[in-house]
Design a protein around this ligand. Structure first.
Ligand code: CA
Length: 230
């Protein structure tokens, strides 16, 4: 799973450091810019998952940068949270008009900001929040708590079986060859043989058998494996 990247545009080092620390601790990948010009350069290299944008910046203001961003389609799916000073209601209105999705008033608590950010990302990227919990029939895989349940009964999976299950449950009814599974579940860092896949599939089926669900992992002759709850 790819990490969400948050771009912070803030000229005050103390706030930038605090945001970086808070967001990194919350599991985000953080990129920093000190001003609008630097942010614009970074944005053109990579579109982050979300932008935290300070209003008062030296040079190009936060709103000017936001207006520039909203002229480009490639940033259409990128939510923007504006950081504004207290009591500047006009700024908030202007910020929303310029295309901000949310705003946070300084001084703010780091925890409150992370909560706002999470809520915003859930709203903007419903598929990524769904991916934290995969549900197929009565099979549930919770990536946050690392739990797998069948009909609300917890079933213990080894790390590789868990990864296999995660891969299959997010791609139901599709056939994958052994090589595809090796490449996408095991990755390139480990050298393993095709047979490894069969070994782990067998192990996974054995575990699923204990809850009468071995049939969800199907062998497609001459092709590979498929997950299906039907
Ligand atoms: Ca500022």
């Amino acid at each position: 799973m790819s990490l969400d990247t948050i771009l912070i545009v803030e000229d005050e080092a103390a706030i930038r450091d605090m945001l970086n620390f808070t967001l990194s601790s919350a599991g985000y990948n953080v990129v920093e810019a000190h001003n609008g010009e630097q942010a614009w350069k970074l944005l053109n290299d990579e579109v982050p998952t979300c932008l935290l944008l300070d209003w008062m910046l030296p040079g190009m203001s936060g709103v000017n940068l936001l207006e520039r961003i909203r002229k480009h389609d490639r940033f259409a799916a990128m939510p923007v949270i504006m950081l504004t000073a207290r009591g500047e209601e006009n700024d908030q209105v202007q910020g929303f008009e310029a295309g901000a999705d949310d705003y946070v008033i300084k001084p703010f608590s780091p925890r409150a900001l992370v909560a706002r950010l999470k809520a915003l990302l859930r709203r903007e990227h419903p598929e990524s929040s769904r991916s934290e919990r995969l549900i197929q029939g009565d099979l549930k895989l919770d990536l946050g708590s690392y739990r797998f349940t069948v009909a609300d009964q917890e079933v213990k999976l080894g790390p590789t079986e868990f990864k296999l299950m995660q891969f299959f449950m997010s791609r139901p009814n599709r056939v994958f060859t052994r090589l595809q599974l090796l490449d996408r579940v095991w990755g390139e860092q480990v050298v393993v043989e095709d047979r490894t896949v069969d070994v782990h599939i067998r192990r996974l089926r054995k575990i699923l058998e204990t809850v009468q669900r071995a049939e969800v992992i199907q062998t497609v002759r001459g092709a590979g494996y498929r997950f299906s709850v039907d």
